[in-house]
Design a protein around this ligand. Structure first.
Ligand code: MIC
Ligand code: SF4
Length: 645
C-alpha cells in the first residue's frame, strides 16, 4: 500500500532529483518557477550571464522591479535597464516598476498549486498560500535554477500547525502568524517546513494564507504551505486562472514530525515589539502607547482584502495630528481596484500618504520615522535600524490594528471599535497584465544587447580553500544577527547593490562602524557569532561583501539556512562550535589558527581552532555534503560551476 503523505511530501516526491527522504540529510529538487527582485536581481543576472546559458530552462521565470524604486541617482534606473535587457533576452518575463511587490504579483498572476518556486528573496514562501512549495535563496542559487540546475535543501522536519475554530471579528491572519512566532521564536523554524492543516484552514482566504506563509520566513523556516482547496480554486477563478487549479491535501493518516495546535477563536490582536518579530504580546497587554507613524503595506499585508479593510476603517475619519500614515498597495491590480471602487478616495480623504506599489518603507526606502519615533507597521521585520532611523521602535501589527491606531493616535486594540465594517470582495479581479513584458522569441533575442551601467561592478569570487587558515577574530557578535546587521539596506545603501566595493564601507555598520577599515587593515580574518547567525533576508551581499573584505570563515553556535548556503556559495567556511560554551572563551582580536582545516572539511572530522592569544583549543563541526565540500574547496559556487563545465 502507498504510504500516506502530507502536502510537503507529495510535492517533494514529485520534484525529487537527488537524495532519499528516508535516509539522506540533503535533498535535490527540481525547480519549476523562479522569481527575482531588483535588489538581489542584478547579482543574480550577472551570475547567470557568467554561466553562459542562452535561455532559462524553467517553466516560468519572472524578474520583478520593486525594491530599488527611489531613483535618486542613475543607479536604480541602470539596474532596472540591465535586468530588463537580460530578462527579455534570456526568456524571462519582466514585471516593470510600478507593477507591484514581487510576492503579491506572483500570487495574483503566476502562482500554481503543487509547483516549486525559488526566489531571490526570503519572502518567496508567500506562494505557500496558494499551495506552492516556495523558497527563498541567494541570487546565485536562483541563477543556477534558471539554468535548469537542481536546488538543494537540508531534509526538512515537517511541522503540522493544526488550526481550529474561526478568527473573531477584528482579529486577522497577521495575528495568527504573530502567535506562531511567539510560540516558535525566530530560530524555531530553522530546518523545518510548516504545513497548515485543520478545520480553521477553510476559514482563511488565499491572501490571508499568504500573509501567514510570508511571515513564516521570520521563523527561519525553509518554507510554509497551505493545502490547495475550493478556496484556492475560487481565488484562481477570480484571477481568471482557474485552469491552474489542482487540488492538494494531506492524506488522512499522514504523519508529521512535530505538531502545534492553534485555536483561532482564542486569538486576540497581537503586536511584535522592537526589535524582533518574535517579541510578541497582545495589543491589549502593551497598552495605548503614543505613536508617531503608521505604515501599511509590504508583501505581508498589501492585498485588496487588507486594503479594503483599512479604507473602511479610515472612511470619514482623519489621521491623528501626531501620526503620519503611509499606505502602499501591494500591486497595480490592488491599487487599480481601490481606485475603481472609491476606497482609494476614502484613504486619501482621511489623510493617508499614498505610496507607489513597491517595498518602500519596509526596506528603509523612505518614510524613516522621527528620532526615537514609534512606528506601527503591517510589515514582517522590525530589526534595529532597518527603518532608517537607528533609535526608532517598530511594532509589527495587522492592518486593522494599524488603521485603528492611525486614527486614535495611540496603539489601539481594534476589538474596542465595536462592529466590523462589511467588506465585499469582488467576484473577479481587474486583470490587466500590461506591465509584464514578455521575453523576445529566441531568434530575435540574439539581437538584443545586455545593457550595463557604470555602477554595475563585477561579482567578487572566492579563492580555493587553504590547508590552514591563520588570522584574527575580526568581530564577535551575539545571537540572532540578521543580514540587515551584516549588510544593511535602506535608501542610502540599497541603490548600490550592484557595487560590492562601495557597499563594503557599510558592512556590519549596525554592530561596529570600524569593521570595514579593520578588516581591510588586517587583510581579512574570521567572525565569531552566536546562534542563528545570518537570519532574515536571502541577500547574498551579506556573504559577498564579507568575502570582498577578506573574511575566510565564520565560527558560530548555529546558522540560518539561506545565509549558510550563501557563505558556502561564496567560499566562506561556516563552522559550528561543537560545544556552544566555547563561544564565551574566544575574544575579538584574538589571533587564531584553523589548523589543517582543509583536511577536516574533506574528511568531515571536527576542525581545530587554536586560539594563539590564550593558548586554548576548540573543536568546530564541519558537516558538509559532498556537493558543499566540492564548492568550498573550489572557493565558491562560481569557481565550482566553471570547473565542472
Ligand atoms: C528584505 O525584506 O530584507 C529583502 C530586502 O526583501 C530581502 C532581499 C534583499 O536583501 O534584497 C529578503 O528578504 O530576502
Ligand atoms: Fe519587499 Fe519588505 Fe517584502 Fe522584503 S519584506 S520583499 S523589502 S516588502
Amino acid at each position: 500500500m502507498k504510504k500516506a503523505q502530507n502536502v510537503v511530501e507529495k510535492i517533494l516526491s514529485a520534484h525529487l532529483v537527488e537524495g532519499d527522504p528516508a535516509k539522506d540529510a540533503e535533498l535535490g529538487i527540481r525547480i519549476d518557477q523562479t522569481l527575482t527582485q531588483d535588489a538581489t536581481g542584478t547579482m543574480a543576472y550577472l551570475q547567470f550571464e557568467a554561466m553562459g546559458i542562452d535561455r532559462v530552462k524553467t517553466e516560468l521565470s519572472v524578474a520583478y522591479i520593486d525594491h530599488n524604486t527611489l531613483q535618486n541617482g542613475f543607479e536604480n534606473a541602470d539596474d532596472h535597464r540591465f535586468i530588463q535587457s537580460v530578462a527579455l533576452k534570456r526568456g524571462i518575463r519582466f514585471s516593470r516598476p510600478g507593477n507591484g511587490i514581487c510576492h503579491q504579483v506572483h500570487l495574483e498572476r503566476f502562482g500554481v498549486p503543487g509547483k516549486t518556486l525559488l526566489g531571490s528573496d526570503s519572502h518567496t514562501p508567500t506562494g505557500g498560500g496558494i499551495g506552492m512549495f516556495a523558497m527563498g535563496a541567494g541570487g546565485l542559487d536562483v541563477a543556477v535554477a534558471m539554468g535548469g540546475g537542481t536546488y538543494y535543501i537540508p531534509m526538512p522536519t515537517i511541522v503540522k500547525v493544526n488550526l481550529t475554530g474561526k478568527l473573531s471579528t477584528w482579529v486577522a491572519a497577521k495575528d495568527i502568524i504573530l502567535e506562531v512566532l511567539r510560540i516558535m521564536t525566530v530560530k524555531g523554524g530553522v530546518g523545518k517546513v510548516i504545513e497548515y492543516t485543520g478545520e480553521g484552514v477553510k476559514t482563511l482566504s488565499v491572501p490571508e494564507r499568504a500573509t501567514i506563509t510570508n511571515m513564516g520566513a521570520e521563523l527561519g523556516a525553509t518554507t510554509s504551505i497551505f493545502p490547495s482547496d475550493e478556496i484556492t480554486r475560487a481565488f484562481l477563478k477570480a484571477q481568471g486562472r482557474e485552469e491552474a487549479y489542482v487540488e492538494l491535501s494531506a492524506d488522512d493518516d499522514a504523519v508529521y514530525d512535530e505538531e502545534i495546535d492553534i485555536d483561532l477563536s482564542a486569538l486576540k490582536p497581537n503586536a511584535a515589539m522592537p526589535h524582533m518579530p518574535d517579541k510578541v504580546k497582545t495589543v491589549e497587554e502593551i497598552g495605548p502607547i503614543r505613536i508617531d507613524q503608521v505604515c501599511i503595506g509590504s508583501c505581508t499585508n498589501s492585498s485588496l482584502y487588507d486594503m479594503l479593510k483599512v479604507a473602511a476603517i479610515l472612511k470619514g475619519k482623519t489621521v491623528a495630528p501626531n501620526v503620519s500614515l503611509s499606505i502602499a498597495p501591494g500591486s497595480k491590480q490592488v491599487l487599480n481596484m481601490l481606485a475603481e471602487n472609491g476606497a482609494l478616495a476614502d484613504m486619501i480623504a482621511a489623510g493617508a500618504r499614498i505610496l507607489e506599489s513597491a517595498c518602500g518603507p519596509c526596506i528603509g526606502m523612505g518614510q524613516s520615522p522621527n528620532s526615537a519615533g514609534i512606528s506601527l507597521r503591517t510589515f514582517n521585520r522590525n530589526f534595529e535600524g532597518r527603518s532608517g532611523t537607528a533609535d526608532a521602535g517598530i511594532y509589527l501589527v495587522s492592518p486593522e490594528t494599524a488603521a485603528a491606531s492611525a486614527i486614535a493616535g495611540v496603539l489601539t486594540d481594534p476589538t474596542t471599535l465595536g462592529e466590523t465594517p462589511e467588506i465585499t470582495m469582488p467576484e473577479a479581479f481587474t486583470i490587466n497584465d500590461n506591465m509584464v513584458l514578455l521575453p523576445d522569441p529566441p531568434e530575435e533575442a540574439k539581437n538584443r544587447a545586455v545593457l550595463y551601467g557604470p555602477n554595475i561592478k563585477a561579482v567578487p569570487t572566492g579563492k580555493p580553500l587553504e590547508e590552514t587558515i591563520r588570522s584574527e577574530v575580526l568581530l564577535k557578535v551575539g545571537d540572532n544577527i540578521t543580514t540587515d546587521h551584516i549588510m544593511p539596506a535602506g535608501a542610502k545603501i540599497l541603490p548600490y547593490r550592484s557595487n560590492v566595493p562601495y557597499l563594503s564601507q557599510f558592512c556590519f555598520g549596525v554592530c561596529d562602524k570600524t569593521f570595514p577599515e579593520r578588516a581591510k587593515k588586517a587583510g581579512g580574518g574570521v567572525i565569531v557569532a552566536g546562534a542563528n547567525y545570518g537570519q532574515g533576508s536571502s541577500r547574498e551581499h551579506a556573504a559577498l561583501v564579507p568575502l570582498y573584505l577578506g573574511v575566510r570563515a565564520v565560527a558560530a553556535k548555529s546558522f540560518a539556512r539561506m545565509h549558510k548556503a550563501n557563505l558556502i556559495n561564496s567560499g566562506i567556511l561556516p563552522l559550528t562550535f561543537a560545544d556552544p560554551a566555547d563561544y564565551d572563551e574566544i575574544a575579538q582580536g584574538d589571533e587564531i589558527e584553523l589548523k589543517d582545516v582543509k583536511k577536516s572539511v574533506i574528511t568531515g572530522e571536527k576542525a581545530k581552532l587554536i586560539d594563539k592569544t590564550t593558548g586554548k583549543e576548540y573543536l568546530l563541526t564541519t558537516d558538509f555534503s559532498e556537493r558543499e565540500i566540492a564548492i568550498l574547496l573550489a572557493g565558491g559556487k562560481l569557481n565550482y560551476t566553471a570547473q565542472s563545465k
